[in-house]
Every structure is written in C-alpha cells, then in structure tokens.
Design a protein around this ligand. Structure first.
Ligand code: GLA
Length: 560
C-alpha cells in the first residue's frame, strides 16, 4: 500500500505548497490491528528471570492465550546486565538470565510466540540499567540478532538527551529499518503527545497516559486519556481520529486479573469493564497478570472471542463516546462488516439504565442486537437499546446491525480547527489544543471564567490557566512568531507566584524558547515575541500552585 502523509498549508491544495513525507511505500504494515501479547511489568515488575519467562511462555500456550491471539511475550525493564559487554553490547543479567536473551527468544519462538523486549531511549532505563542513548544502532542490531519482534522503548531520563522526541524516535526507526528485521516499535513516553509530534511516522503505538495501576480509578483515567478529554481538547472526543491500522493509541497495559480495592463480588465486573474499554478503544491488549495462576473467570475475560474480534476488527476504527453523563457512558466502534460494537458502562455506585438511540450511530428502525460477552442474540430492538440496571463497574458489550456497507464514523475534527492553516494571525484560543496535562486551559477568559484585564484594558482573546497547566498546539513550522502578553491574574490568592514558559515540542525535548521567570501579582505584565519558525508543536506551560495566569492575546503569526 502506498502510504503518503500529505501536509498542506493554505486552503487550496496545490502540490507545490504541500510537504510530502513518504512513509516508505514498500514498508509492510506492522501491527495492522492492535498488538496483543503479555508484558512482565504489571505482574512482576523487576522480579523477573528466565525460568519465570519460560513458564509464562508455556502458560500462554496452555491457557489458550496464544490461540486467542496474544502473540507477543514482552520482557519489560530489569532484564539486562548493569554493564554493557566489552564491545558495548547489551547482555541479559548473568544471574537471572544466565542462558542469554537469544536462547530465551528461541524458546519463546519455539512456542509459536513472538519475542518482545524493553529498552529506554535515555542514558538509563527507569530502573537505572543501561539505556540506549548513543547506542541506538548497536542495540537495535543486537535485538534483531536475538530475534526480537517488538520493542517497548521507554523515556526515563530522555529529557537529558538534548533531542526532540521526534528526533529520538526517528533515530530508532532508522536503526530498526537498517537491521532489515520487522520489529514493532512501541513508544512509551507517559502520553507526551506522540499523536501530535508524528509518532505515526516512526512507531506503531504510543502511550496516551501515565502508568496504569491495578485499581479502577487508574483504569478509568487511562481509558479517558485515549477515549475522553484527559489529554486532548473535548472537541476531539478522545484521540480516535489519530489511530488506525499500524498506529494505535495505547492507554497502557492491562491489569485484568490484578485489580485491587474492589469488593470480591465486583471483581469480575471490573475486569470486564477494563477489558471492554480496551477492546472498544482498539487499544493494544497486553495482558499483565501472572498467567501461571490465572483463574478461570479471568481467563474467560481475557480470551472472550467476540470481544477480541471487536478489538482486532480489520477496519481499525477506534471507538468513541456517543453518550456520557455522570459516569454513565456509551462508546461506539463501527466495524468492517457493517455492524457496530457498543459498550454501555456504569462507573457509578448507583444502578442505572443507559440508553442509546440508533440514529446516534447512523442506524434506524429495528436492529438485531447480540451480547458479545454471553455470545447470544438478544433479539431485535426498535429505534434504540437500553442496558437496564447496570450496577457499579458493570458494562454490556453488544453488536448491533446487520452485515452490509460499513457505517459512517463520527466526524473527525478538521485540520483547520487544530492546526495553523492560514497566513496572518491565528489566535491560539481559536485552535483546539492537541494535548494537555494537569489543569485544562480556559479560552478567552481567565481560569475563573472572568474577562482577562490588564491595566484596565479588557482582552477578548487569550487563555486563562491555573498552575500547573501545560498544553500544546500544532503549528507545523507554518508560523514565524508567537506573541502574547502574560500576567498573573489579580484574582490569584495573596502571595501566589507563577511562571510562564514556552517550549518547542514536549517536555522530553526540553527546549525552552521563552521563560518569564517567577512572577507575582505585583509583577509588570511581560511581552512574548519569539521565533517559532522551526516549531512543529508549541507547548505553553504555566507553573504555580494556586496562581492564575493569563496569556492575553496569545497568537501566532504566519507569513503572507
Ligand atoms: C515506566 C513504564 C512502565 C514500565 C517501567 C519499567 O514506568 O511506563 O510501563 O516499563 O517504566 O521500569
């Protein structure tokens, strides 16, 4: 398939104004559906050795996980020796992996599985072992020699690399290509906007969240980074429009079977809610439980064939919310065969009926509905469907409609709403931010939703923040200047301090273009006027505990 990324500047699409970035035409699509496998971190953290990994490989076969589709066995952090060998190569920890990683990879392959491994793009891994910085080529070549099929590339310490994330991952992508071995590249960067800075050009999946933990608040939070507005402007309705065959949003690995702080009689429901969310969101399915001691109920969740079919649907549309109110949610994932999968979920303690009308998902009249957990048909339903009396963490995953022409997806947000596409001045508050962390910024008002006023002048355009707040805009090297006037809002609590910073790309790039230094309510407003002609993703950051900060008339100026 000839894949071409075409970025155009201006309203008229004229070839000479477009920047063509070929994603090599003869590169096979890796991860055409979301990768499925098992990863050691959530089950064992650092406590891994070759015996355990072999037992897991055996268990992947014996439990039916492999045959259900889980093909990658990924060894996470803490597999390597603390020192490289005399030739600068990585080796397995001699105590815990005495037979070596190649032999372990052979064992994994002998079971009909694929071999995945962890590394970090910084100087050290998150566990303080040797990272790949300045060893990128040799490490990728070593992995290829060992028969590695999947690389999870983490980002601890990468803020000291002195390189943009996009540059880091491009280096690994090239080093992988140079080996001639197809290896899936999984960007592990705690959700630092790979969908915005071009992760798709280098890797097959990228994290959308911080690390997941084995409790439902964390599970729901991670799901909301990919399927809700935890990481992107609410107008996007999650990150679905940035996913597709060969490039997936990754809300982190599964904790099905590990969940804590839940009453025993709710655990099965919670496991299903977690798994159902990951399936509808077309998330990578990386099991994270100890498969050697998996209960039958956990196994039946992880291997539910009709759920997995939704996740692995070849159309590759990530599901999105079609209803959300007070912790009651419905997600829709239009499938290749003309039907749609619907997830009904109640995150609240009180029982609730949750309904959807067919017209919301492009259907009408009477439609057949099938319960995908129970694997039986529920009958035909006119105009819509109600999941009745769902309890706390309870969900229902159904398939609706008949085979035929694929249903339309939701409408993606058009480029001009979130990218700089016009010459002249673009107010940032007229663009949706593409990524955010901590407090969401408020547009054309202070964070307290009051007019932005500086020295008795009211600014109708601008962005209001409360510390800490970080958010990113796609400027695509199309604008030359960023201009704004910043001020600590007079309504901030007495004594509060804040600091405004402008960055090129994400936190790992660590390229500060402008820094207000500490400001108080008494500080004079400061003018920003910086060159952003080499900036693809512009990140604005406001630090300060309780302070409110205003970016009055924040705007970018593109050449005529
Ligand atoms: C980071 C990653 C985790 C895991 C650990 C290992 O925190 O996000 O998934 O790989 O490192 O140290």
């Amino acid at each position: 398939m000839n894949r071409l990324l075409v970025i155009c500047f201006g309203v008229s699409v004229v070839a000479s104004t477009c920047l063509f970035t070929p994603v090599s035409a003869d590169e096979p699509i890796l991860a055409a559906t979301p990768p499925m496998g098992w990863n050691s971190w959530n089950a064992f953290e650092k406590d891994i050795d070759e015996k355990k990994i072999r037992e897991i490989a055996d268990a992947m076969v014996a439990t039916g996980m492999r045959d259900a589709g889980y093909q990658y066995l990924v060894i996470d952090d803490a597999w390597m020796a603390p020192q490289r060998d005399a030739k600068g190569r990585l080796t397995g920890d001699p105590e815990r992996f005495p037979s070596g990683m190649r032999a372990l990879g052979d064992y994994i392959h002998s079971k009909g599985l694929k071999f995945g491994i962890y590394q970090d793009r910084g100087e050290l891994t998150c566990q303080g072992l040797p990272g790949s910085l300045q060893h990128e080529q040799v490490d990728m070549a070593t992995f290829a020699q060992w028969g590695v099929d999947y690389i999870k590339l983490d980002s601890c310490h990468a803020e000291r690399n002195g390189r943009m994330s996009s540059v880091d991952y491009a280096i690994f992508h090239q080093a992988i290509q140079a080996t001639g071995r197809p290896m899936v590249l999984s960007i592990s960067d705690f959700g630092n906007a790979a969908w915005a800075w071009g992760g798709k050009r280098y890797a097959q999946l990228w994290r959308t969240s911080n690390d997941i933990y084995p409790w439902m608040d964390s599970v729901y939070y991670c799901a909301q980074t990919s399927g809700g507005d935890q990481k992107s402007h609410p107008a996007f309705n999650g990150l679905w429009q940035f996913a597709g065959p060969g490039h997936w949003n990754d809300p982190d690995m599964l904790h099905v079977g590990n969940l804590k702080h839940i009453p025993e009689d709710r655990k099965d429901m919670a496991n299903r809610a977690h798994f159902g969310l990951w399936c509808i969101l077309a998330a990578p399915l990386m099991a994270g439980n100890d498969l050697r001691v998996m209960s039958d109920s956990v196994k039946s969740v992880l291997t539910a064939p009709e759920l997995i079919a939704v996740n692995q649907d070849p159309r590759g549309v990530q599901g999105y919310q079609v209803f959300s109110q007070d912790g009651r949610e419905v997600y829709c994932k239009p499938l290749a065969d003309g039907t749609a999968a619907l997830l009904f979920l109640n995150k609240r303690r009180e029982n609730a009926d949750i309904s959807i009308s067919w017209e919301k998902i492009g259907l009408a009249g009477k439609q057949p509905v099938r319960d995908l957990w129970a694997r039986h048909d529920l009958g035909e339903f006119d105009q819509g469907f109600t999941a009745k009396q769902l309890g706390w963490h309870e969900s229902l995953l159904v398939k609706v409609g008949s085979k035929g022409k694929p249903l339309p997806t939701a409408t993606p947000v058009p480029a001009e709403k979130y990218r700089v596409t016009r010459p002249g001045t673009t107010y940032l508050s007229d663009l949706y931010y593409i990524w955010k962390a901590h407090h969401a910024p408020v547009y054309d008002a202070t964070f307290a939703k009051q007019p932005i006023v500086i020295h008795s002048k009211t600014f109708t355009k601008g962005i209001g923040c409360k510390g800490k707040s970080a958010f990113m805009f796609m400027v695509d090297e199309k604008a030359q200047r960023l201009r704004a006037r910043v001020q600590i809002d007079p309504a901030s609590p007495a004594g509060s301090e804040g600091r405004f910073k402008v960055y090129n790309e994400d936190f790992f790039a660590n390229q500060v273009l402008w820094d207000s230094k500490i400001m108080t309510k008494d500080s004079a407003p400061q003018e920003i006027d910086v060159d952003i002609s080499k900036v693809k993703c512009l990140m604005l950051v406001f630090e300060g505990k309780d302070a409110l900060g205003n970016w009055a008339e924040a705007r970018v100026i593109a050449g005529q």
